[in-house]
Design a protein around this ligand. Structure first.
Ligand code: NCD
Length: 306
């Protein structure tokens, strides 16, 4: 059974084809209005979420399907001590496809290994978040018209930010990508991303803690929230939480066609006064996420039927 746990579960050709389907959905929504009729998506969210869960659910409704939903570990049998494996086996009896978010790294993989239906990882701890990456890629595609020859800056919590890990994995597959990794020393990208993806593939990169000096060279700036829930102590979080705050004055020397992204939710990382700047793309990312999730649900359900 085909699941998507890591963005590496999708080949570059498959990502390109999901983008084509999403663009077709945008142009011809009626064509897809009954594509998943009588199919059920189960959203199992054991961690807070607004965008990811609602966009999965909106995606399934727009495909003519239905949704079963568990929100919060406290309201399901997880609170009684049920394992992820047993939950996955159980939900396989009711639904056709699962989208799952869990605070533990690897939980979605355990679910996929035990489910008899496709599982989509909607975020596993500080590890991966492949469907946010699909949303990010569609945004870059629509804003920049290409994935190649871009200097992409990632700023903030690059250690625990799972969206960063997945997007670095995907964007560096395209030619001419340069990375600028902007973070405090304590929040640099983990070794499994730096060594296994960036260095292994000879991707040009620099690491800095200086956002202002990095901005002028960027085509894409991907801001992130400091991931409070993954910190071991509150003191470190409080010290690091406002390391970077993007304000209009910091954009004076930025490129005119810079694409400013953020997976959201934002706390303080982007001042609301940036929202009216035409380069602000973070709410477009939200909408693009729904289209890419529609394309992915369609693909996995089609493959499951074969
Ligand atoms: C992100 C996540 O959950 O990892 N949010 C999202 O899915 N759009 C980013 C975050 O929580 O900071």
């Amino acid at each position: 059974m085909r699941s998507v746990i890591d963005i590496r579960d999708l080949s570059t050709e498959e990502i390109d084809s999901l983008i084509s389907v999403a663009l077709d959905i945008i142009d011809n929504p009626d064509k897809y209005a009954e594509a998943c009729k009588r199919k059920k998506l189960a959203t199992l969210f054991f961690e807070p979420s607004t965008r990811t869960r609602l966009s999965f659910e909106a995606a399934m409704y727009e495909l003519g399907g239905n949704v079963l939903s568990v929100t919060g570990a406290g309201t399901s049998s997880a609170a009684k001590g049920e394992s992820v494996a047993d939950t996955a086996k159980t939900v396989s009896c009711y639904a056709d496809i699962i989208a799952m978010r869990h605070p533990k790294e690897g939980a979605a993989l355990v679910a996929a290994n035990n489910a008899s239906i496709p599982v989509i990882n909607a975020g596993d701890g500080g590890h991966n978040h492949p469907t946010q990456t699909l949303a990010d890629l569609l945004t870059i595609h629509r804003e920049k018209g290409r994935f190649s020859d871009l200097t992409v800056g990632f700023c903030g919590d690059l250690k625990f930010g799972r969206t960063v890990h997945s997007l670095i994995n995907a964007i560096t597959r395209y030619p001419g990508i340069k990375l600028v990794l902007i973070s405090p020393e304590e929040l640099k990208v983990p070794g499994y991303v730096k060594n296994d993806v960036i260095i292994r593939n000879n991707i040009p990169y620099e690491e800095t803690n200086d956002l202002l000096s990095a901005i002028p060279k960027l085509d894409v700036l991907y801001m992130t929230r400091v991931q409070r829930e993954r910190f071991f102590n509150e003191e470190d979080y409080l010290r690091l939480k406002d390391s970077y705050i993007l304000e209009p004055s910091k954009l004076t020397n930025a490129k005119k066609d810079l694409c400013i992204m953020h997976p959201l939710p934002r706390v303080n990382e982007i001042s609301v006064s940036v929202d009216d700047d035409p380069r602000a793309c973070y709410f477009k990312q939200v909408l693009n996420g729904k289209y890419m999730r529609m394309a992915l649900i369609l693909k996995l359900l089609e493959e499951a039927e074969k």
